[in-house]
Ligand binder design. Sequence first.
Ligand SMILES: Cc1ncc(COP(=O)(O)O)c(C=O)c1O
Length: 402
Amino acid sequence: MKIPPEIRKQLFHINSQRRRILLLAKKNRTPFYLFDKKQFVKNVQMVKQTFEKHLPGVSLFYAMKSNPHDFLLKNLVSLGVGIDVSGAGELRAAIAAGAKKIIFTGPGKTKEELQLAIKQKEKVTLILDSFTELRRLREVMANSSLTPVIGVRVVTSRYGDWNKFGIKLTDLKRFIRVVAKVPSLRFSGIQFHMSFNMSAEPYLESIKEVAEYLKAGLSLPERNRIKFIDIGGGFMTDDAVLNFRPADFPTVPAAYYSVHFRALDDFVRPIGLMIKNSLAFLPNCVFYAEPGRLISTPAMHIVLRVLDVKDNCVITDGATNMVGWEKFEEDYAPVVNLTHPSPREKKQLTYGSLCTPHDIWGFFCFAKKVAVGDILVIPNQGAYVYTFAQNFIKEIPPVYEL
Ligand SMILES: Cc1ncc(COP(=O)(O)O)c(C=O)c1O
């Protein structure tokens, strides 16, 4: 069976770290999450270089909802990446990690969150989600001389069901006019974000739609107020592959392997071209992006120990409370046995230790054999995994650094 390059790359990397991981598993109680600093930093540098190559002057804001661990935040700050936050707790964590460039997005911001954001106005750009939120901000600012930088999220026709966010693009003119009446607010830009993009196409369509609206719908002074356009996150690239999701419930690995991904360059190159071609009339506008999974996926692995081998299955000490929900029942990620490694996958139903049959890690394992005490690794589980972990039956395990 031909293993796709995305999985081969993960296997190669994990096997290259085999001795170090086994040593850590000997020194520390399993299970644990493993922060892979080297792989993380290499990936961040690749992401930065790719964006800077095609979008000179771009600012990246890491969507910390995908993994808020301090290990990631502190390293990102030192690598010059901004942070995208969507709540008061996230904002506090970003400030504590030393972030100087923060973007505050998300719907339904409370008065307290708005207050906190404007207190940090030197660091925070506030992306408002509605006219009501703008009104709430004005109330909060009633007695304040602070002048926060604000933007607004706009909904393009690509949004489909995701239309709980932002204002209609066609309402942007009205929004800018309302803000213009408030001298203490500095309107600076717009944001759109769509998730789960398998190619550049959704970005290209939205950029085109935004460009056409800005050209036809806004006056020159209104257009000149747009200093940034934030294209959001959602880049499902080959390096951001967390799990494969086959169309049908899987019985053979081939079903998992049928999903394919593109490289980041195949996203950002056409985006850069589209911006150059359709937004040349905004020469002073800079571009932002808010990648989450693209940055955090390779940052963490899950390390487990086999506690039981039965006729039909094995049971590990770590359980799917580490990932928050029963995602491995339907999604696929490689399970790699580091004690008895193999380049081939064998059939091996692998459960965690929760009192539920839905607590599945996988139906296959890269292993010669599986025995009690073996160390298993699920690579590249850095995105939307640690964030979703829950204290269900078992506690959330610690994070160690590789
Ligand atoms: C506003 C916003 N920006 C960025 C992201 C990051 O998305 P992803 O992790 O898919 O890149 C999200 C995730 O939902 C989001 O809500």
